[in-house]
Design a protein around this ligand. Structure first.
Ligand code: F6P
Length: 360
């Protein structure tokens, strides 16, 4: 009989439960004689040996549920290890739990930070298989992560809703889309929602260029364009800010406290326009609600593919999407790398081609 541990780690997203379901169903189906142990709150459960034996029923009726039935938490990679011979090393604690429980393998569902720790555990001798989750779609080695399409759906709906009120009032609306380091979500939501301006972490912007792209408020009958919508990624930055070093940025942030980048941009833009500006920050709403059908199907496929790797005892891999296929990618190739938006990619070019301002 095989004993398999499962955990979901890092920020949650809408495809986690369908992925757990796909993984569990395929393991029960293909392995038959298998016990699944769910660890609570990601690596925390593995560190503290907080887990429970799961049953078939636990994975029923969760296909359409957002969040994760196992719970999740952020356990920063840099805090995993303590100095040699110091007590409290989390990696040693996780290895101890794995060995004491007699696990044959561990399936880990997570994003970037999670993959660094997963790779470390693999290098330390545990049998690891991972699944790529994150609304940011920034995991190296896979075309797409589950959660991205659901978050994109929410973010696009937000822009759609904002458009009607922006039109009525003839206002400038800045919609802040999640993505600190990488702008896939802002780029796609901006395209799907018909934003006039899209600002990404990968393309530092000039406030002046953004101001130039705003549509002026005109009298009824003169022009249909009396409002502007700016989709700005959480991590978008001005050219000046991008050029600063770490210390300089810290100083700048302390001198200009602002709830977020969207509010900072609104402040800057007020110097250039008399038009009313409003900010909308949907925040974690983007990670909530039911997964869209694409994510339900993708998560199920990735779950089943991970189960197959476990059946074959092929460890040290993340199941990844490449075109129409699902393939195993070595964890060493994935860990510690981000999939940025290439500044010359087709979607960016398309945005420019249709007249969207990218702030540069
Ligand atoms: O990694 C997913 C993500 O939603 C990012 O887009 C966002 O910057 C971050 O998590 C927010 O993290 P937290 O949920 O810890 O506030």
């Amino acid at each position: 009989m095989k004993k398999i541990g499962i955990l979901t780690s890092g920020g949650d997203c809408q495809g986690l439960n369908p992925a757990l379901r796909g993984l569990a169903k395929a393991l029960y189906e293909r392995l038959g004689d298998v016990e699944l142990y769910g660890f609570a709150d990601g690596y925390r459960g593995l560190i503290e040996n907080d887990c429970k034996l799961m049953h078939h029923d636990d994975f029923s009726h969760i296909l359409t549920q957002g969040g994760t039935i196992l719970g999740t938490s952020r356990q920063p990679f840099k805090l995993m290890r303590t100095a040699e011979n110091e007590p409290g090393d989390k990696v040693e604690a996780m290895k101890r739990t794995y060995r004491e429980m007699g696990l044959d393998a561990l399936a880990i569902l997570g994003g970037n930070g999670t993959h660094k720790t997963a790779n470390l555990l693999w290098e330390e001798g545990l049998n690891i298989v991972t699944l790529p989750k994150t609304i940011d779609n920034d995991l190296w080695g896979t075309d797409v992560t589950f959660g991205f399409h659901s978050a994109l759906n929410v973010a696009t709906n937000v822009i759609d809703c904002i458009r009607t009120t922006a039109t009525s009032h003839g206002r400038i609306f800045i919609v802040e889309i999640m993505g600190h380091k990488v702008g896939w979500l802002a780029l796609y939501a901006g395209l799907a929602g018909g934003a006039d301006i899209i600002l990404l972490p990968e393309i530092p912007y000039s406030v002046e260029e953004v101001a130039k792209a705003l549509k002026p408020k005109t009298r009824l009958g003169k022009s249909a364009r009396t409002y502007s919508i700016i989709a700005v990624a959480e991590g978008a930055m001005t050219r000046e800010y991008a050029a600063m070093g770490k210390k300089e940025r810290k100083k700048h942030d302390a001198a200009h406290p602002c709830p977020s980048k969207a509010y900072a941009l609104a402040e800057e833009l007020r110097k250039y326009t008399q038009q009313e500006i409003r900010v909308c920050v949907p925040g974690h709403i983007q990670r909530g609600g039911s997964p869209v059908p694409f994510d339900r199907a993708l998560s199920t496929r990735l779950g089943a593919a991970a189960a197959e790797l476990i059946r074959e005892e092929k460890y040290g891999y993340m199941v990844a999407v490449r075109g129409e296929a699902i393939l195993p990618v070595p964890l060493g190739e994935v860990a510690g790398k981000l999939k940025y938006v290439p500044v010359d990619c087709d979607a960016v070019r398309c945005a420019r081609d249709i007249g969207i301002c990218l702030g540069d």
